[in-house]
Ligand binder design. Structure first.
Ligand SMILES: Cc1cc2nc3c(=O)[nH]c(=O)nc-3n(C[C@H](O)[C@H](O)[C@H](O)COP(=O)(O)O)c2cc1C
Length: 177
């Protein structure tokens, strides 16, 4: 089956990664901090995150194969998600910064607690938290897709969400208002 007419030469130009980045920057997403506990304690900002299934409850996150988080997830096989609120842009920038300390020191000046099911750090002030056990891993290009069974979910006070759109941080209104 052909999707592109012979006359439409624009579609024949080879795809550049920057074109995908530009197009995807128009897709507004929430922002999470993915975390792993235990000996491999680590956090990483991500927006390639979505729910997958309600029954069984599953979510996925795409993680660069080059990320420290990739190794940490493979080792611990459990993870947590903190869904960031609009006031948490600084945290999103911190957990995306390669210069942040690694290991437990990474969390030294932050308000957090270990998840009851996974021991993975849950950030105080987030809109909601999930705890997951890794159920599937799919390698795809320079990322891997980590699918987790959600084994605990909780929500904090309602408030505006942190949003990533057009290459920058923005905020939504409060859910349900
Ligand atoms: C808004 C935002 C969203 C991001 N989303 C992802 C993502 O979904 N997956 C990913 O692998 N990296 C993502 N990153 C990049 C990582 O946060 C960044 O490379 C981080 O330093 C990797 O950490 P690590 O190598 O210490 O684990 C995102 C960065 C930002 C600012």
């Amino acid at each position: 089956m052909r999707f592109v007419s012979a006359e439409n030469t624009a579609y024949r130009i080879p795809m550049k990664p920057s074109s995908l980045r530009d197009s995807m920057s128009r897709f507004a997403t929430g922002v999470i901090v993915l975390s792993v506990g235990g000996e491999n304690i680590h956090g990483m900002t991500a927006n390639a995150f979505t729910s997958v299934s309600l029954d069984p409850p599953q979510v996925l996150c795409c993680v660069a194969r080059s990320a420290v988080m990739h190794k940490a997830l493979m080792a611990e096989k459990h993870f947590a998600v903190s869904i960031l609120g609009s006031e948490q842009e600084q945290l999103a920038r911190y957990f995306a910064d390669k210069k942040r300390p690694l290991g437990p020191e990474q969390y030294d000046d932050l308000a957090w607690e270990p998840g009851i099911r996974t021991r993975a750090p849950l950030l105080h002030g987030a809109l909601a938290w999930l705890e997951c056990e890794l159920s599937e891993l799919h390698d795809s290009g320079d990322h891997s897709i980590f699918i987790g069974n959600v084994i605990e979910a909780s929500s904090g006070a309602p408030g505006p969400a942190l949003v990533f759109f057009g290459g920058g941080f923005q905020q939504t209104g409060t859910a349900g208002t």
